[in-house]
Ligand binder design. Structure first.
Ligand code: DGJ
Length: 742
């Protein structure tokens, strides 16, 4: 990996074994973008890549400057309205009302490693050799605002991390009206745009579209990154698929309002922007103050979407997630939510836990309803003290009992929220986000605490830390069940109200940081009604997230398949629940529910006492299986093989690092009579290794399995031979392939 500066041509070339990123300082003093893609050899001058064809009838040009215009030029951090008419990366409102700026290049630094971003989640390095960082410093002479563009290239993989730091070096205040983390101007629009979108219980569905002139965007203005759009974009060349082809990924490490957009101009130049949503953001910068944007990660591959995802999985598993649980196999858990909802007593919980223990579960999680006056979702949020009517021995007593059973104990919180029917709200009615003289909208009967205020965050911290200190708690599920409305903070002046959404998320991050560093061995799982905040920002603090409130196995195929585009298996909370399923009322076989949940952190969301003896035996076997293979499932290399968005079958697989073990999940939605002969071409195996298929007992070399394929034909094909169980709808199989030891 290297970062080279060519003085003569004022060109920067960042490259590693896979990618090159090339910029130049243009004659107007702004950094221009020359190339991003597959690694190319370095040379002194790439300035021919800067095409400045003059278009006299449309372009406005710099006065007395030989017809120079920014209108069609690819730039690194563009402003609007001074010959460029596309959407800008930055907009600075000044005291005189102007929004024009002119950021002139001042100099650069190159450092080993990667600096952290204060108060924000970001990728990191563990040694200086893992990455190098280039910082370009620009300054606007009128406002004296300094902009520092950060580019970190990692030694391995097609990854470039970007962020921006603003400093007002002048005396007058300015207002950042837009401060995107990344601008990437590309020379053409020959890409298919792929986004992950949906809604509650239907997150991360894959949507594709061609890019046409104009603007396409995804984003959130809800205060959380949202169920609706994940902060992730893939641009793939037409013809790119899972196994081959070029693609660029843009992932935004942030949990609040965001925007990722593509603008195609009249000459098919493509501008990608990613950052905090500009519509809901302004930030006042007084003299000497700084503002740090969140980080955006750019990924490039020329080896297909699986490779793009694997690059991100590796980065997010090892250099975004942190702490004790980062590399550890996750405990098999039993969560009581779908088993009891609010209807439980201590005895009932202990019954559920006892059966869970008998089946091999390792962690019992008590979900919503254990605190304050919480007998329904109308009361109690904010009062993080055990409800003694339900839990006479408190959380400490219950945790002790669970531990004595040989289980770990986990607990649910929703720290950012309050019900009006709570002591916390009665004491602090002015601690919620609400606009004076306006209605206060509610969601799930609750209100959002003003986490932009330190005293509010501190008060919640005190309550949580008290429980964590006094009870044996090994896991926390941190939920967040509504979006923000009437966003306004009582303590900020009028010209800082545009800061509230971002300050809110900074408050959430601050609380996470404090709790995770003071209780480092507690496993945190983030959740926002399922996948409402399933984003890289959260993964920095909580290495796993509840992927969706939809626990139906068939629905989960799409959700987990979509999420895997960006997020590793180890980050996806996946549970087996009862049938008929509580979200779609579908009946799926128990083995299919487990076969889907194995590709995640794995657990049960039901009362195992309710199962038949045969089902209980099946569950015991599932847990033995998961414990045996979870390192491979959660930390192996993941491949998507067949998309549930494209047909009746879906498949994916993982391969261990030593390539000696592979686990293949195959799923068929509806049965078909007299079906076809089917084969699945596997990926990532060693062609020289001979793998034993545990189902058939037969051995096959890796090349056979990858090129001829694994036979998945249904032997019963709608007519079961004597003695064989016919398969039906929602069937699935796990294929275990292990290198035969001799
Ligand atoms: C929403 C979560 O996604 C569920 O798993 C559960 O924790 C409920 N909230 C509890 O209110």
């Amino acid at each position: 990996m290297n970062i080279v500066y060519h003085e003569g041509s004022r060109t920067f070339h960042l490259y590693n074994d896979r990618i090159s990123y090339i910029m130049t300082i243009m004659k107007n003093g702004h950094p221009g973008q020359l190339y991003f893609g597959r690694q190319i050899r370095d040379r002194e001058d790439f300035s021919y890549l800067l095409e400045t064809c003059h278009r006299p009838m449309t372009s406005c040009v710099y006065e007395n400057d030989g017809g120079f215009s920014l209108e069609h030029i690819r730039q690194e951090y563009p402003v609007f309205g001074t010959t460029d008419y596309r959407q800008p990366a930055v907009e600075i409102r000044q005291e005189n009302g102007s929004r024009i700026s002119d950021f002139q290049y001042q100099g650069y630094t190159i450092t080993e490693g990667k600096p952290s971003l204060q108060g924000l989640p970001a990728t990191y390095t563990e040694s200086a050799q893992e990455a190098r960082t280039l910082v370009l410093t620009l300054e606007d002479a009128v406002t004296k605002v300094r902009v520092q563009l950060y580019y970190t290239i990692f030694a391995k993989g097609g990854i470039l991390a970007r962020s921006v730091r603003f400093t007002n070096t002048g005396a007058q205040p300015v207002w950042l009206a837009r401060a995107m983390s990344l601008c990437l101007d590309l020379p053409d629009r020959e890409y298919v745009w792929q986004q992950l979108s949906g809604c509650w219980a239907r997150e991360c569905h894959i949507h594709n579209r061609n890019l046409e002139p104009g603007i396409v965007s995804i984003g959130s203005m809800r205060g959380n990154s949202s169920h609706e759009h994940n902060p992730f974009l893939i641009l793939k060349r037409p013809g790119t698929d899972e196994r081959q082809g070029e693609a660029v990924g843009v992932s935004f490490i942030y949990s609040g309002n965001f925007r990722i957009q593509a603008e195609v101009d009249a000459h098919d130049t493509l501008r990608i922007l990613a950052g905090i949503d500009p519509e809901t953001f302004t930030w006042k910068l007084e003299g000497q103050e700084t503002f740090q944007t969140p980080e955006a990660v750019l990924v490039y591959t020329d080896r297909g979407l699986n490779h793009l995802s694997q690059t991100l999985h590796g980065l997010y598993r090892k250099r975004l997630a942190r702490g004790y649980w980062r590399d550890r196999a996750r405990p098999v858990l039993n969560n009581n939510w779908e088993a009891t909802y609010f209807n439980f007593t201590q005895d009932r919980l202990l019954e559920i836990a006892a059966r869970a223990k008998e089946c091999g579960v390792e962690l019992f999680v008590l979900d919503d309803g254990w605190f304050g006056a919480r007998s329904s979702d109308h009361a109690g949020l904010g009062d993080w003290k055990a409800n003694r009517e339900r839990l006479p021995e408190g959380i400490a007593g219950l945790a002790e009992k669970i531990e004595r059973m040989g289980l770990k104990f986990g607990l649910w919180f929703e720290p950012e929220m309050v019900n009006k029917d709570s002591d916390f709200y009665r004491q602090h009615p002015d601690w919620i986000l609400s606009t004076p003289q306006r209605r206060q909208s509610q969601g799930r009967n609750q209100y959002v605490l003003d986490f932009s205020r330190k005293e509010v965050v501190d008060a919640i911290y005190e309550q949580m830390a008290d429980i964590l200190t006094n009870a044996k708690i090994s896991y926390i599920k941190w939920d967040m069940n509504r979006s923000i409305t009437e966003c306004y903070s009582q303590t900020l002046p009028p010209d800082r109200q545009g800061e509230v959404y971002h300050r809110y998320i900074l408050g959430v991050y601050a609380l996470y940081e404090r709790l995770t560093s003071e209780f480092p061995e507690v496993l945190f799982e983030s959740c926002a009604s399922g996948g409402g905040r399933f984003d890289p920002g959260m993964l920095y603090y909580a290495p796993q997230a509840w992927t969706s409130d939809d626990s139906d196995a068939v629905e989960r195929l799409k959700i987990q398949y979509g999420a895997s585009m960006c997020y590793p298996v180890s980050s996806m909370g996946t549970h087996v629940s009862v049938t008929p399923n509580h979200q779609v009322f579908r009946n799926t076989p128990l083995h299919t529910r487990a076969n889907v949940a194995y590709f995640g952190t794995f657990g049960y969301e039901l009362d195992l006492n309710q199962l038949s003896p045969e089902e209980t035996e099946e569950v015991k076997a599932q847990i033995v299986f998961m414990k045996k293979y979870r390192e491979v499932l959660q930390y192996g290399t993941f491949y998507r093989l067949k998309s549930p968005f494209e047909g009746n079958e879906a498949a994916w697989m993982v391969v261990s690092d030593d390539q000696k073990t592979a686990l293949v999940g195959w799923y068929r939605i509806l049965n078909c009579a007299n079906g076809n002969f089917t084969r699945l071409r596997l990926e990532g195996l060693n062609p020289e290794f001979c793998y034993r298929n545990a189902k058939t007992g037969r051995c096959h070399f890796g090349d056979e399995l990858m090129y001829a394929g694994l036979i998945t034909s249904d032997g019963t094909a709608g007519q079961a031979p004597a003695g064989e169980m016919p398969s039906s709808d929602f069937d699935s199989r796990m294929y275990v392939l292990e290198v035969a030891e001799s």
